[in-house]
Write a new protein. Structure first.
Length: 238
């Protein structure tokens, strides 16, 4: 028996929260979203790239992708074996994805990974629940990522901030293992009616999150925190 997903309508449109907001921005406000990404990721903007938003798209019932499917969506399916060697199945489900084209090298594709949140409590979870075999691979990947990020090896990345950690691990995968230009955008929605959070509160909370992850100074390269005004669900039906 299949249980109906009450978080989305029959067309896959979300009713509330960060899932709804990222659907609106990708499908109704993509130009503004791209501008915000370039503003907060100036090293990406300097390359004069083209961002092609590939999920969550209305024509695909707002599907979100993981594992080989997210590589395929971005035209990077040739990296499937390398990703499997780095991370076990059932990896991150990406809130949004964009493939990146570069004017000077149109044969070289990049990727923008997006994690979206509507309120700070969404950042925290119950930690890594992988099997012993998968956990060994995960911990190895996280250790390599921590070293790349300049984070102490004894910092716990498998606890309640595991979701943030595994997203950074995938940024590491693209940058250092696959040699693919990649960026990670953490999009935080302001004053969502579901659980209103203003910019100051977000910034204070994100500072605590980074401290708990052992991240200091200017943070992790190729990442940015982006703040966007929450929009009304009615925009999705326009």
């Amino acid at each position: 028996m299949t249980t109906k997903n009450t978080r989305v309508d029959d067309d896959g449109g979300a009713y509330a929260g960060s899932q709804l907001q990222i659907q609106i921005y990708v499908n109704r406000q993509s130009e503004g979203l791209t501008r915000e990404v370039f503003e907060r990721l100036p090293d990406l903007a300097l390359l004069h790239p083209r961002l092609n938003w590939v999920s969550p798209l209305e024509k695909d019932r707002f599907s979100e992708y993981q594992d080989t499917a997210f590589l395929k969506a971005c035209g990077l399916e040739h990296l499937s074996d390398e990703l499997k060697a780095f991370w076990p199945r059932r990896g991150p489900v990406w809130d949004a994805l964009a493939s990146i084209e570069f004017q000077k090298d149109k044969n070289n594709k990049g990727i923008l990974l997006v994690e979206a949140k509507s309120y700070p409590a969404e950042i925290y979870g119950s930690g890594c629940k992988a099997s012993p075999t998968s956990r060994e691979k995960i911990e190895d990947a996280l250790d390599r990522t921590k070293k790349w990020c300049g984070v102490s090896a004894d910092t716990d990345w498998t606890g309640r901030l595991y979701q943030s950690a595994n997203r950074m691990a995938h940024l590491y995968f693209f940058r250092k293992i696959a040699g693919v230009p990649a960026w990670l955008a953490n999009i935080n929605f302001l004053n969502d009616s579901h659980s209103p959070t203003d910019c100051e509160t977000w910034q204070k909370q994100l500072k605590k999150v980074k401290a708990e992850l052992g991240i200091s100074g200017e943070g992790i390269p190729y990442t940015a925190d982006i703040f966007l005004k929450a929009r009304d669900r009615g925009e999705l039906s326009l």
